[in-house]
Design a protein around this ligand. Structure first.
Ligand code: NI
Length: 223
């Protein structure tokens, strides 16, 4: 499932993150890529060991924590430290699949990948995130503060930036529900329950549906 979530970050948060990351040191992103991805990866990243990376990362994790749509769609058990990256003119990240296991010393299995856009799309050309799924390729370039979630198992790339600078944050989620089809089903069910709660809150069937949701989650979740 590809899912866009709007305004995960407020405008103030985007501006704050951009201003503070502008002062931080960025290094060659190939340092954190696997041997295969390293051949196609040409971007800059803020090293995770840097204090500012941890502080800015906490802000992103806070925003993810308050996003009900993110929580419902990803059912996160663990989230990697958010990684700030930057593509200047001529930079790109060719086709690759994200590592299955990542992070040291706190390892996680990457089920869901997230890209949170920080630069306004009009401020740069190129830099689309292109994701392949069973329906073909999808080109994604979102407003600053918006998030795209996609399966970590999917082939994807970042197109060359031909003007300006593309700033983004990437992170990976180990979901409590490993199977993407089951996760999708739970998400659809949760959305429907929320819609019913908003329109016919007194209907007693909502209670039954909510119980079904909880019991499916209990059956499928690893915590
Ligand atoms: Ni990737």
């Amino acid at each position: 499932m590809l899912l866009q979530i709007h305004q995960v970050l407020t405008r103030d948060e985007v501006e704050n993150l951009l201003a503070r990351s502008a002062d931080a040191a960025f290094v060659d992103g190939a340092n954190t890529a696997g041997p295969r991805a390293r051949r196609v990866k040409n971007n800059l990243q803020m090293p995770l060991g840097q204090q500012s990376a941890a502080e800015l990362g906490r802000l992103v994790l806070g925003a993810l924590g308050r996003s009900g749509v993110f929580q419902s769609a990803a059912l996160p058990r663990r989230i990697s430290p958010p990684l700030f990256n930057r593509y200047s003119e001529g930079m790109q990240y060719g086709n690759h699949i994200d590592n299955a296991i990542m992070g040291q010393p706190d390892t996680l299995r990457a089920d869901v990948s997230g890209t949170l856009f920080l630069s306004e799309p009009a401020s740069y050309d190129g830099g689309e995130l292109v994701i392949e799924d069973s329906y073909g390729f999808h080109s994604v370039k979102l407003q600053a503060g918006n998030l795209i979630l996609y399966p970590s198992s999917s082939l994807h790339r970042v197109e060359p930036v031909t003007r300006g600078v593309r700033n983004a944050v990437v992170f990976w989620v180990q979901s409590a529900v490993r199977d993407a089809a089951k996760r999708h089903l739970l998400f659809d069910m949760d959305l429907s329950i929320q819609r019913l709660n908003a329109t016919v809150p007194d209907n007693p069937a909502i209670g039954n549906l909510t119980a079904c949701y909880s019991n499916l989650l209990r059956m499928w979740a690893d915590v």
